[in-house]
Write a protein that binds this ligand. Structure first.
Ligand code: 5AD
Ligand code: SF4
Length: 470
């Protein structure tokens, strides 16, 4: 009897402490790249231990965090407008805390806190562990900032709180920062120096996801080919008693977690992507036949000004190597139009490269000058916006032709698809992805989210393959 009473007391006290610990609600919104979405899951984990549970309902939140992107000017506008839209909520609830995380933090700390008084808290991508202290300062009536970048922080042992509730596909951050200094890019300034995370913790995270029912992991880094554990840039071992790991070896380690756990990765860099990586993709059925290999421009002149470290010919050679080793490997890219000094001839080189490669997908942008970057300091942003945009439209139109061609060649084929969730267009259909990362839509029948099904492709649009389970 005594024992039971004690148990009840214990349960009550646990419930009570949980209640007092977990009464606050965090609303977090992410902008930009997958890395930001992955970072938000780390932030949610840090705050979970400090009494915050995530909510999707803005109105009930005690803390709103925007994980921001600086890559193009437009991304910054979007965030500023979003912040302005919280003014009303703040009036209704004076205790509501609004914070800015991520890439905009460093650049905007003064203007966001002082001039516009839009936010209470500004935290850079390497300072998330400090969030509980910073929040305490804000609760004490101060504005709070930590935008220090680190050479070591990888949040290695933090187990992210997964914010995508489907439980099928998860991101694993394998490294942070970037040392490449592409002249157009702000990332080295907002995210700092490159550093890799321990392979043990990466594999442990993949195992954990698999044990929770996940069927796909995507290994994330700004340049995954630079992943290096216990080995310096010159190729020298750092700690003689520990083994070294480079990217293709890490891929193998993650592929061994489970045969039915798909492994993807992003982003590769054409100057660093080795044949070993391509061979490892070929060797393991569960490493997806898909490489995202941003080219940025097809003109060797422009590539030089972009400081990309390769020429058009080098890039085409990498594509040749991929196609020789894995003939059915899907390849996608990023393209920028209207970079400083881009002539019609340079631009035509980009169209020519696209025609030679016929990318499966492209992410296409017009150049947006970013503060502090090499391009801002060295070159004039001299291509008029209309020309940047008309070139972008040409690139988009050409990609559409290639996408339709690629999609049409899939009609009649049977492909294995991982079911991700209900299609946005019809509640009777599921949507999923094949190995090559093509979106496939099909009637649900008796299939289940998080399983693999074989789908026969019957028709397509430029963005989607449509078929039936066979
Ligand atoms: N302007 C336009 N696009 C950019 N990107 C990076 N910086 C800029 C910029 N200043 C694009 C590149 C990169 C992708 C993530 O964003 O194509 O690969
Ligand atoms: Fe930016 Fe270049 Fe680094 Fe990519 S590789 S994040 S484009 S600097």
């Amino acid at each position: 009897m005594d024992e039971i009473i004690l148990e009840k007391r214990q349960v009550n006290s646990i419930l009570k402490s949980n209640l007092s610990l977990n009464t606050k609600k965090l609303y977090i919104e992410s902008y930009g790249c997958q890395m930001n979405f992955s970072d938000s899951e780390i932030v949610a984990s840090i705050l979970d231990k400090n009494g915050y549970k995530t909510t999707r309902n803005l109105e009930e939140s005690d803390l709103i965090l925007l994980n921001t992107c600086s890559i193009r000017e437009k991304a910054e506008f979007t965030v500023r407008n979003r912040l302005k839209s919280f003014k009303k909520l703040k009036k209704q609830n004076p205790k509501l805390i609004v914070g800015v995380l991520g890439c905009m933090a460093e650049r905007m700390k003064e203007s966001l806190l002082e001039e516009e008084k839009l936010v209470d808290l500004v935290v850079g991508p390497d300072a998330y562990r400090d969030l509980p202290n910073l929040l305490e300062e804000v609760e004490g009536g101060q504005k709070s900032v930590n935008v220090l970048l680190s050479r070591e922080e990888t949040y290695a042992e933090i187990s992210p709180v997964r914010l995508d509730n489907k439980g099928v596909s998860g991101f694993i951050s394998i490294m942070r920062g970037c040392d490449n200094m592409c002249s157009f890019c702000v990332v080295p300034f907002t995210r700092g120096r490159e550093r890799s995370r321990s392979p043990l913790t990466i594999v442990a995270e993949a195992r954990e996801l698999y044990s929770q029912g996940y069927k796909e992991v995507t290994l994330l880094g700004q340049n995954v080919d630079s992943y290096r554990w216990n080995i310096n840039k010159k190729g020298e071992k750092i700690d003689p008693n520990t083994s070294t790991t480079i990217f293709y070896e890490l891929l193998e380690k993650v592929a061994h977690v489970a045969n039915d756990l798909r492994v993807r990765f992003s982003t590769s860099h054409p100057k660093d992507m080795t044949n070993e990586v391509i061979h490892v993709i070929k060797k393991y059925k569960n490493i997806c036949n898909y490489i995202h290999l941003p080219v940025q421009s097809g003109s060797s002149n422009i590539l030089k000004k972009m400081n990309r470290g390769y020429t058009k010919e080098w890039y085409l050679n990498r594509i040749k190597a991929i196609r020789e080793i894995i003939p059915d490997c899907a390849i996608s890219t990023d393209i920028i139009t209207g970079f400083c000094g881009e002539t019609d001839k340079d631009f035509n080189e980009t169209l020519d490269l696209m025609n030679k490669v016929k990318f499966d997908f492209s992410y296409m942008f017009f150049y947006s000058e970013r503060p502090k970057t090499l391009a801002e300091r060295k070159f004039t942003d001299d291509i008029p916006t209309e020309i940047k945009k008309s070139r972008l439209q040409k690139v988009i139109d050409l990609q559409k032709i290639h996408s339709i061609e690629n999609n049409e060649s899939s009609i009649g084929k049977i492909m294995e698809v991982l079911v991700e969730g209900t299609s946005k267009k019809s509640p009777l259909e599921y949507s999923g992805r094949n190995d090559e990362n093509y979106k496939v839509v099909f009637p649900k029948e008796n299939s289940k989210i998080g399983t693999y099904v074989n789908v026969k492709i019957e028709r397509c649009t430029s963005a989607t393959l449509i078929g039936k389970i066979v």
